[in-house]
Unconditional design. Structure first.
Length: 226
């Protein structure tokens, strides 16, 4: 079963860190898109939320990962319109003992992530961008006690396959995603940044600047504007 799951993931988007394989690691196309961490499913992201705590339970919150791209690009003769694979890991600052109680990845998928909050998934046939955005993950998160100044972000350790891609390890990548098999884009991997989400912030204007690595897709020149 483990072997078949690895083979399926590799076929979907060549994220080779999930399973040892002598196959090619694919092509890294640089930074293209951001994961919007949102308290609503979109398409408009909500990055700030205020929630009351419950006795014993603590503070519960729904959190979504929405991938947004700035423009449509073309690769291997086709527009990049579909997400065929994803690697990311959710992190929370200011929330000791926080837990992911439920994780739902949109669409048919195989996820070999080792724990809730970690996504290493192939998506079949993939998730299609609608006006440049697509919801990819829904989490239910529990924060013990009264949550204050909690910041949800992405942990770059979740982009495990970045280690296998020439140029990627030094780029400061936070997440990886790939195109779809149907468009012959599964071996083309993009880095993504993120926009954090704030739970019960005391600062009335938390910083929503996108957190991104280096090396834009234009610099890599593996894809072109549509």
């Amino acid at each position: 079963m483990a072997t078949s799951r690895c083979a399926a993931v590799l076929f979907a988007f060549a994220l080779l860190a999930a399973c040892p394989s002598p196959a090619s690691a694919g092509d890294w196309a640089g930074h293209y898109g951001d994961v919007l961490l949102s308290f609503t499913p979109g398409p408009e992201a909500t990055h700030v939320a205020r929630r009351d705590s419950l006795p014993v339970v603590g503070t519960m919150v729904d959190l979504y990962a929405v991938l947004a791209v700035p423009e449509i690009v073309r690769a291997r003769g086709e527009q990049v319109l579909t997400v065929g694979g994803l690697e990311l890991k959710l992190a929370a600052d200011g929330a000791p003992g926080w837990k992911v109680l439920n994780q739902e990845i949109n669409g048919k998928n195989i996820n070999v992530g080792p724990e809730p909050g970690t996504v290493t998934a192939g998506l079949f046939p993939g998730l299609t961008f609608q006006e440049g955005v697509v919801q990819v993950v829904h989490w239910v998160v529990q924060v013990p006690g009264r949550a204050r100044d909690v910041v949800f972000r992405l942990d770059p350790a979740g982009a495990r396959s970045c280690e296998t891609l020439p140029g990627c390890p030094e780029s400061g990548t936070y997440a990886l995603w790939a195109g779809a098999v149907a468009a012959n884009q599964h071996g083309l991997l993009f880095s993504a940044g993120y926009v954090p989400a704030y739970l019960n912030p005391t600062n009335p204007e938390p910083d929503l600047t996108p957190v991104r690595g280096k090396v834009d897709w234009r610099e890599r020149a593996l894809v072109t504007p549509d």
